[in-house]
Design a protein around this ligand. Sequence first.
Ligand SMILES: [Zn+2]
Length: 335
Amino acid sequence: MFYKTLFFLLLSSSILIAQTDSGKANNSKFTQVTNNIYMYQSKGGNIGVVIGKDAIFMIDDQFADNIEDVVKDIKRISKNPIKFLVNTHMHGDHTGGNTYLAKKGVTIFSQENTRTGLEKMMRNRREEIRKTNSKNGKIEVTKPPKITLPQITFKEDLTFYFDNETIIIKHIPNAHTDGDVIVYFPKSNVIHTGDILFNKMYPNIDIKNGGSVEGVITALKDITMLANDDTKIIPGHGDLASLQDVKNSMYMLTFIYKRVMMYYRQNKSLEEIQAMNLTQKYDEKYTWEFIDGKKMVNIVYEDIKKQLGEVDTRTIEQRLQDKLKEAQKAKKKGN
Ligand SMILES: [Zn+2]
């Protein structure tokens, strides 16, 4: 037993060393991806930080309440000012720092649907708050949130020439949302995927904001075509990924999608499909705080329902009875 524990301790310390070797900088929130590209992890989506000769290019900015810490941490690896920011999509864990950064003079870019989506989200939130405030008789008035919108938008692709690095920002239609972009560094062989990839985690797909499961599968396939075995892939959530991780996510999602689709076409209800435990072989690896196998099936089911319409979950007997009732009603009307 003692030896087992000792072995375990040795193993875990070697893992720690390995992590440092593989590029975790002194501050454990950073993973050094290349000479000048870092991944920053704390609350919310993974941030990409590109250190240029005299400026910093940033991808996503987590939340309003931790952006000051993010900026402080970045200052520890470079004194250069942050000049450009790309929002990979509209979600609050990727755009929350916009207001703070815009005030510091950072120029914010996004695909145009991300800007529209952010605007709509703030409008809805204001409306909700207005309703609650009037219910409260103005005793407790909550202030509506304000997120600074991207100042520059684009429809399809955008290319940045940042020192020696060409940065290609590519719009992926209807994947995690309707405004996703991936950020590709051909020279450094790095891709930031935004939330198209949740590495070793079941993905959240925002069907209400134009996302689609098939779109995510296609997008993951596109990323596998862009990448090779040496590509460093910064996912929206989870640790630094490889081409194989992207493939694994794509196979997992395709497996679940095909099966849920088949059972949906057989008029199975969500609960019936969830009870089948289709995700069993993936659950251990991909379950996390917010999404387990059942929730994943739920997301896929909602997506298919949006495409194909409601399923008819009545039994044959119920259907016959309903038909009979309809016929009787029609007869009465006819009389
Ligand atoms: Zn997201």
